[in-house]
Ligand binder design. Sequence first.
Ligand code: OSB
Ligand code: MG
Length: 368
Amino acid sequence: MRIERIILHQIRMPLVHFFETSFGRTTQRDIILVEVCAEGISGWGEVTAGENPFYNEEWTQAAWLILRNYVAPQILGRPLRSAEEVAPLTDHIRGHRMARGGLEAAVWDLEARLASIPLWKKIGGTRREIPCGVSIGIQQSVPQLLDAMERELAAGYQRIKIKIKPGWDVDVVRQVRERFPHIKLMADANAAYLPADAGHLRNLDDFYLMMLEQPLSDDDLIDHAALQSRLSTPICLDESIRSAHHAEQAIRLRACGIINIKLGRVGGFSEARRVHDTAQAAGVPVWCGGMLEAGVGRAHNVALSTLPNFVLPGDVSASRRYWERDIIQPPVEITPHGTIVIREEPGFGYELDCDYIRHITVREESLA
Ligand code: OSB
Ligand code: MG
């Protein structure tokens, strides 16, 4: 396969409801879609960087430049035997894994479409139905949070993740547990705490959470290991795991018992699979995280979640939780028992709604 053209599309989509984490509130998304073209067929990827460099150092504007000036020139016109060759060709670029991963995922989709097989089969997936959870952002009040949880549980979701930060943590989790004593529940701090908060975080052990996600800084495996030794609740790492090497180090240090895999954060499917395999070999379960993706990224997350060690419900939820109208057809939907059924269509398995994409495009550039 030889990529003849790469088209960057930046789209703007308002969220149905704002999404708030310890690092800030998002009300509308600015998303880069990467279209790679060969032999009259297009493959699509989504860059999962945020609008601001707050979750990690990446953001939409920087990702556009990295893709245009550094990633696309490495790939354009070059004969590729498989999508696995893409990540090594951009390995000399330090960081910017979401930008690189957006294009990498597009080439995987293209390769699957050229072979007329589903992407999930191409990457070695085995599940035909994946378990789903939801991530609920920080709310204005506890009753609002409880209402939101009520709605998601009624929709069938198998586990609820709530976002926490200093001042919105132990008391909130206590009230949630009083209201929902039996559900699968977890909390995500997005790196909002310090090692000195260990005593405070230990209070969370009373609420038998499935896990506590990324309590400490993204660059701090050693303090996560120290914290884990004082907590009975398993720590799950998100921001800290950018590669299989990080996964291996975190597991060796006992810094976590569970890993959240995000396609963009680790730079695409090849590295996501390596993280998956590293964790599986160590007996560490993984699940698929989300970055408020539009349909392309959402469909890629569904495909990734079919790998065998994705044993815990992911933050892979229905399109309608985020979008009035998604950019794929049909939108991603869940069953009444909180699963997504895997589709058999080639590539990522959904149709692009190109008219709608054109309608919400704010910038486009074709590279050849
Ligand atoms: O830490 O998992 C996170 C959204 C934006 C940035 C970071 C995170 C999240 C989520 C959203 O939790 C999950 C989703 O897309 O449903
Ligand atoms: Mg997280």
